[in-house]
Design a protein around this ligand. Structure first.
Ligand code: NAI
Length: 301
């Protein structure tokens, strides 16, 4: 095994089931000490929660000779996340890896979506990922080492009927990654996103048995492991499912500079094909780079 995590400590949220469990088992197999977090609620985030799913994953890790502890934090609570990080540091002295994986669904077409559907999904996926990252951030800074993985989704990147709340939260974590990459750079903290496709309780009712067989969570985990390894890339969104691995690039067109007096809405409409021409796109690593481009265009003519 080339990728190993000997001496490293990892936190995996939502690791009592599905993808998180698969990630936690593989991290432990490769030498990491793992905090197995799971709130233990229902798929929609309802019910009071239970430590049993996290404990079951811990038992599997220990049975295979690995080291792990269970944690029942609700990632939507920053206080819970702080305690979870404190638990890891107290036990093992550091936190090298955070995999933000915990998630719930409250699917509903937008006209029928309630405030509670919206708030609860944003709270777990977006605020939860932000909470966990914020809770480990200073520890990673002190260590001058950290690998954080956000779990995004095609529902956010491309859209999916009935998942406006979920899609917004999942694209939100891509935005969170973009800025954390900039802020973490000087302390060797790297952040990536994983967009999985897997058969879990989250997707079991929308897939046929053949699809479920092709989409084992274990086929996604290699991407997660690579993205939190020492030699991981930074600022990468990787899709993984059923053996297909791809990456996403956010780019913008070169665009068209419209001179003063020729930049009305009608001019924009007339020039839309050129504005939208993606044949020679720009890729930027910060918002500032876009601003430099527009100022450049305005001053060189
Ligand atoms: P899952 O439902 O099997 O696992 C999610 C786990 O998160 C559960 O064990 C649950 O108890 C835990 N959890 C929920 N709320 C929590 C909270 N507030 N605090 C701590 N733990 C909490 O679902 P699955 O499919 O394994 O999903 C894992 C991640 O992958 C999620 O973020 C999901 O949105 C994402 N994802 C999954 C896809 C798939 O095809 N299965 C597709 C795209 C994204």
């Amino acid at each position: 095994m080339t990728i190993e995590f000997n001496g490293q400590v990892a936190i995996v949220t939502g690791a009592g089931n599905g993808l998180g469990k698969s990630h936690a088992l593989e991290l432990a197999k490769r030498g990491a000490k793992v905090v197995v977090n799971d709130f233990g609620g229902a798929r929609d985030g309802g019910s009071d929660g239970s430590l049993s799913p996290a404990e079951a994953t811990v038992a599997e890790i220990k049975a295979a000779g690995g080291e792990a502890i269970a944690n029942g934090a609700n990632v939507a609570s920053f206080e819970d996340c702080e305690k979870m990080v404190a638990q890891a540091v107290e036990k093992w002295g550091r936190v090298d890896i955070l995999i933000n994986n915990a998630g719930i669904l409250r699917d509903r077409s937008y006209g029928k979506m309630t405030t509670s559907d919206w708030d609860s999904v944003i709270a777990v996926h977006l605020t939860g990922s932000g909470n966990c990252a914020r809770a480990v951030w200073n520890q990673m800074k002190e260590q001058s080492y950290g690998r954080i993985l956000m779990t995004t989704s095609t529902s956010g990147i491309y859209g999916n009927f009935g998942q406006a709340n979920y899609g917004a939260a999942k694209m939100g974590v891509v935005g969170l990654m973009n800025t954390l990459c900039i802020e973490g750079a000087k302390n060797n903290i790297q952040i990536n996103c994983l967009s999985p496709t897997a058969a879990t309780r989250m997707t079991e009712d929308i897939m046929t048995p053949e699809m479920l067989e092709a989409l084992k969570p274990e086929y996604v985990t290699p991407a997660a492991i690579f993205l939190v390894s020492k030699d991981a890339p930074n600022h990468t969104v990787m899709f993984a499912g059923a053996g297909t691995f791809t990456t996403l690039e956010i780019h913008e067109s070169k665009g068209k500079f419209l001179k003063e007096g020729h930049r009305s809405a009608d001019d924009v409409a007339e020039n839309f094909a050129a504005i939208n021409d993606m044949s020679d796109p720009d890729v930027f690593l910060s918002g500032t780079e876009h601003v430099v481009k527009v100022i450049d265009n305005a001053t060189k003519t």
